[in-house]
Design a protein around this ligand. Structure first.
Ligand SMILES: N=C(N)NCCCC(=O)O
Ligand SMILES: [Zn+2]
Ligand SMILES: [Zn+2]
Length: 317
């Protein structure tokens, strides 16, 4: 296998110059074979409150200019170990949710069939459903680790089944998740009723609340989560609103009392031994952001997810 093409060297070309691919990486059409693609899905037609996550991918890429090639948190140089490249954006129909979902599923499936692993930048949380469908086609039912303030296992909004509050209920109904290994982390805030929690438990989810993370600490939570996942193929979905609005103001449905970005990154680093097969970072809405706080957090989350995937991808290389 040829040596991976890495990012533009920021000691030679200023990091604020040139196109904003993720982490200044090459595009997928500039490399022979992509082991890990970072792909944007500029879609926010599924939101129930503030819009704007369609601009998330561009904002995260812009904030990713400052990332550096070695990740000390996971002791890996992801861009040197495997070929990581920016796959651009999936062009989805903003006026037709079902069609958009079908486009995401087809595009993701095409990339996965080429042996490329995906870290997807949203977009609102609706996109997790077609991404999970695509992953299921390759791996069968997967374990899900879902970082979010919200359960996203609600049934419908305005009678509509495909929204950013419903992807994981649909995924369970479709049988694409391994119901022995489903965990939400960071849950908090008011619900519609107690039944939300009962439904969620019935679908097989375990809940680690934001307060649990604070009380028990990241190491204990990471241990618990790892035990539940075992060596199953794992999909990680990160809704940036899992972070406290102080750490992620630029999002559509903010809830007080969330995780710090430090806690989230440390929880992710606890997954180094897991069999990660795909991941997304969703719900960055830059119009509500300040000083790139949210986009920076999302860029770092995506970088750690790429690093985790690189740890598994390099074994196959
Ligand atoms: N997936 C996110 N971010 N939010 C879901 C909020 C659902 C609601 O409006 O109740
Ligand atoms: Zn959320
Ligand atoms: Zn969500």
């Amino acid at each position: 296998m040829s040596t991976p093409i890495g990012p533009t060297d920021s000691s030679l070309v200023p990091r604020f110059a040139g196109p904003a691919t993720f982490a200044r990486l090459p595009r997928t059409d500039e490399v022979a074979k992509t082991d890990i693609a970072v792909v944007g899905i500029p879609f926010d037609s599924g939101v129930s409150y503030r819009p704007g996550a369609r601009f998330g991918p561009a904002a995260i890429r812009e904030a990713s200019r400052l990332l550096r090639p070695y990740n000390p948190g996971l002791d890996v140089s992801p861009f040197a170990e495997v070929q990581v490249a920016d796959g651009g954006d999936i062009a989805v129909n903003p006026f037709a949710i079902k069609e958009a979902i079908a486009t995401v599923e087809a595009s993701a499936s095409e990339l996965l069939s080429q042996g490329t692993r995906l870290v997807t930048l949203g977009g609102d949380h609706t996109i997790a459903l077609p991404l999970l469908r695509a992953v299921h086609r390759v791996h069968g039912p997967v374990a899900l680790l879902h970082f979010d303030a919200h359960l996203d296992t609600w049934d419908t909004y305005f009678g509509e089944p495909y929204t950013h509050g419903t992807p994981f209920r649909r995924a369970v109904e479709e049988g694409i998740l391994d119901t022995e290994a489903l965990t939400h982390v960071g849950i908090r805030g008011p619900l519609y009723g107690k039944k939300d929690l009962e439904d969620d438990r019935r679908f097989g989810f375990g809940i680690v609340t934001a307060a649990d993370v604070m009380r028990r600490g990241v190491d204990e939570i990471a241990d618990m989560v790892r035990q539940r996942i075992g060596n199953r193929p794992l999909y990680v979905s990160v809704d940036i609103d899992v972070l406290d609005p102080a750490h992620a103001p630029g999002t559509g449905t903010p809830e007080a009392g969330g995780l710090t970005s430090r806690e989230l990154l440390e929880l992710l680093r606890g997954l180094a031994s897991c069999n990660l097969v795909g991941a997304d970072v969703v719900e960055v809405s830059p119009a509500y952001d300040h000083a790139q706080i949210t986009a920076t957090a999302a860029a770092h989350v995506a970088y750690d997810l790429v690093s985790l995937l690189a740890l598994t991808a390099k074994k196959d290389r």
